[in-house]
Design a binder for this molecule. Sequence first.
Ligand SMILES: C[S@@+](CC[C@H](N)C(=O)[O-])C[C@H]1O[C@@H](n2cnc3c(N)ncnc32)[C@H](O)[C@@H]1O
Length: 460
Amino acid sequence: MEALDADGIGIGTDARGRVWTIRGGIPGQAVLAGGRPKGGALMSIVEAAPDAVEARCPSFGTCGGCLYQPMPRPAQQAAKEAALTTLLAPLGGGPIEVVGAADEGYGYRNRLELSFGVERFLTRADQAREKAGEVVERRGSYVGFHGAGRFDRIVDVAECSIADPALNAVLARVRADVLASPFAMWDARAHTGFWRHAGLRLGAEGVLVLLYTTTGGEAEAAWLGEAAPRWGAAAVLWYTTDRVSDAAVGDLRAVLHGEARLAVSLGGVPLRLSPLAFFQVNQSGAELLLDVIRRDLGTGGLLLDLYCGVGALGLALHAGFEAVAGIDLVEEGIAEANRNAAALGVRADYRAGRAELVLPGLLADHGVGAGREGRLAALVDPPRNGLHPDALRTLASLPADVLVYVACRPTSLARDGAALLAAGWRCTRLTMVDLFPHTAHVEVVARFERAQATLAPESG
Ligand SMILES: C[S@@+](CC[C@H](N)C(=O)[O-])C[C@H]1O[C@@H](n2cnc3c(N)ncnc32)[C@H](O)[C@@H]1O
């Protein structure tokens, strides 16, 4: 394997000169791959990379969440940076700055979602043992993550090495109690059983446990009421669903312990969220990301926070601006943003809806493009697919002093950034924030300025 691509996937060349992309292939490794060159499957590692280190997690290679634990963190960052340098070269913006902690990149996740099940995911080694005639355990009670591509098989995990130790401590107690309970795990084929999913979130007040089960009866409710306070969690919430689809969703049945709220903070700004609200999964990484965004936006005037979620970034930055205006698709997120803005005394205008539809009206209401005086700074943090063409058109002609694009999928930034350049913006800085060590993911912040006279915004 020679490199990573811009999606964090390994690239290698075979003996016939064909280029392969292989998820989990590590630069420097020699691997045996199957399938087709584009999107090949990693079958086995023939030779480790010369700088390989021990993966810390016993489930590494099976659980599928982490791909790069055997790569030292500086090597992960260098490989991701090299891929981004090639991808984003057409934007200009100078060499890519890399921001990330210098630690080994474990213990950072503040959120985990686990599944309960009755079928164990078999590793390649298990399959080989079974083929050789050994009896390999297939059915039982398991707590963990779904095996790659399997809705019905669970990689049993006692702890997750990229999760915060506080989450693992609570997980150990929940897991032990659930496994010892008289109630069955969900059977994803037969659609029977009680235990379905567990979510764990770390907030300022401790760990929040979200348990998802089928409806259950009085015995289950009594068991849960008695067990939940023992887990060392700040709160335990119980959701029920009898839907067969495999998603951690349900109706809130009871708050078994503590209070149904998540307290977090970003940039020293306290925020109160509902238990299901989105928040960055890497707290210390999010602080680094925020510092980069703050530097790139500068201060003063109106801050436009597009794709704002619960408004965390804009609210964390509010002290540098006169007012914040934000848009997100999810109504509950906007309600949370408004509640937090009111509690913080921030002048804010948050609106729910599709940015591509809502943005022109929001701009018009703030006099943007119609004689509004003062600075305008735009922050956009779209989903992985990037900007809708209509949102991009409106932003292309936005009379903003600066536009900061936060990308969780760099290829979307490459496409949208090219359109911004064509519309008269220039990219003045590119920063890679190493927010998700050991995974294929990375966050990129691109700063754009007007390269020529401001264009008038489109009407309607
Ligand atoms: C990467 S998240 C941004 C989260 C937020 N900036 C934060 O840091 O908490 C992308 C957000 O885009 C929102 N979204 C997706 N499609 C959208 C659309 N067409 N218009 C507005 N928001 C959208 C999602 O609801 C999600 O909150």
